[in-house]
Design a protein. Structure first.
Length: 135
């Protein structure tokens, strides 16, 4: 008997492609640019960590899009790492006093968005209806 191919849920389409581009490809190019241009001087460890996380997001997003359950789990980990680090970075920037008064609301928005996006990915990819696609 032939296996029935499950249709890919729309949320898998949207969230994997979004993660691939916004938390994977774009940060990877930015971090490589910073490393090559010398702009990451003194922050090489953080830059290399960001590159590894971006590569993890890219490979996990592709695998999760294709229906691989291990990739689904690793996507949640890498996306959460990415967005939690974005939130922490922006919080530390605010705490340092370097953010002009007019930009503080936008920076706080990045903190909240980092927490929210992590929650959305964990919520969506742990839902029973989403997990059915991966079984």
């Amino acid at each position: 008997p032939q296996a029935v191919r499950k249709s890919r849920p729309i949320g898998v389409w949207v969230l994997t492609i979004y993660a691939l581009i916004v938390a994977g490809i774009l940060p990877l190019f930015l971090e490589i640019y910073l490393l090559v241009s010398g702009e990451a001087a003194g922050n090489e460890f953080v830059t290399l960590l960001s590159i590894l996380i971006s590569i993890g997001v890219i490979t996990s997003a592709i695998g999760a899009w294709r229906g691989n359950d291990t990739a689904r789990k690793s996507l949640m980990v890498f996306v959460t790492l990415h967005y939690i680090l974005v939130a922490i970075s922006n919080y530390l920037l605010i705490s340092s006093g370097q953010v002009p008064e007019g930009d503080q609301i936008r920076t706080w928005g990045r903190v909240l968005r980092g927490l929210l996006y992590s929650g959305v990915y964990i919520w969506y990819f742990t839902r029973d209806t989403t997990r059915e696609f991966y079984n």
